[in-house]
Design a protein around this ligand. Structure first.
Ligand SMILES: Nc1ncnc2c1ncn2[C@@H]1O[C@H](COP(=O)(O)OP(=O)(O)O)[C@@H](O)[C@H]1O
Ligand SMILES: [Mg+2]
Length: 260
């Protein structure tokens, strides 16, 4: 959807850099995430996409630069800081623990304890409550998984990714950061995961998504940041680019361009 008025910037990076010895993985990157948009990050292997996301979410120590949330400079020095600031990161395959149920995966580290004396004393988990919340959420998000007691490994890649993505909604996160959410998925599964990414928007989230899939950029994203050699090579409105232009910007065949 196009907006004429300037949307609020929920997350901003200013001058983010990361050096590994002599390697400049990230070179003074500025980035704005607008409220309610899906922002794609594209670029060749080694362009600095993952480093950018890790610097934003405190997964690595930045060499320099700052992060602003709602326009205010916010210290994000580790993943706990990122969580507290409303960010949830989903990686392509580390999203779920194989050997435990969907319910346990959903509430891992955030379990609901039975609200009784015994429950509070002994930390008894309230499975009926957790299950009800999950079923409710899955229905809202149109995720068709009913067998939530089964171990995560019993489900397809697309279903697992859907579960991982739904956690961002369950825990009231404002910003979802996805590093190649469909890299391990087939065509049908990818579509399911991308439809879910779109529905995150309807639930009030703003999304940053690294992807190699230009069709996903064109079909599901609002704006796209093109990274090249650790720098931002271009920022484009998706409505104003095509796949060939994006590929040209990624490879460097088309020179730097700054859109809106
Ligand atoms: N832990 C690390 N140690 C040394 N160099 C790294 C490390 N992580 C990334 N790099 C380098 O930083 C650059 C950007 O990497 P990365 O952000 O992973 O790129 P992308 O995600 O776009 O493929 C590459 O040249 C990569 O080799
Ligand atoms: Mg990467």
């Amino acid at each position: 959807m196009k907006h004429v008025v300037a949307a609020k910037k929920i997350l901003q990076a200013r001058g983010l850099s990361k050096h590994y010895g002599g390697v400049v993985a990230l070179d003074s990157v500025d980035l704005d995430l607008r409220e309610g948009e899906v922002l794609a990050i594209v670029g060749d292997n080694g362009a600095g996409k993952s480093t950018l996301v890790k610097a934003l979410t405190g997964a690595i120590v930045k060499t320099s630069g700052s992060v602003l949330i709602d326009g205010r400079e916010t210290r994000i020095d580790n993943p706990a800081d990122a969580k507290a600031a409303g960010m949830e990161t989903v990686y392509q395959d580390l999203a779920l623990v194989n050997e435990i149920s969907i319910t346990k995966n959903m509430f891992l580290g955030r379990e609901i304890i039975k609200d009784t004396l015994i429950g509070r004393l002994f930390g008894v988990l309230d499975f009926p409550k957790m299950d009800a919340k999950i079923r409710d959420l899955f229905e809202k998000l149109d995720i068709r998984i009913t067998d939530i007691y089964r171990d995560a490994e019993a489900f397809s890649g697309g279903q697992r990714q859907a579960v991982a993505l739904s956690k961002t909604v369950m825990f009231g996160k404002r910003i979802a950061i996805l590093d190649e959410p469909t890299a391990a998925l087939g065509v049908r599964e990818s579509k399911m995961a991308m439809d879910l990414v779109s529905s995150l928007k309807d639930h009030g989230l703003s999304v940053i998504m690294i992807t190699h899939n230009m069709q996903h950029v064109l079909n599901y994203c609002d704006r796209v940041v093109v990274m090249r050699l650790g720098k931002v090579a271009a920022v484009c409105d998706v409505a104003e680019v095509d796949g060939d232009t994006l590929v040209g910007l990624i490879t460097g065949a088309i020179e730097k361009r700054q859109g809106r």
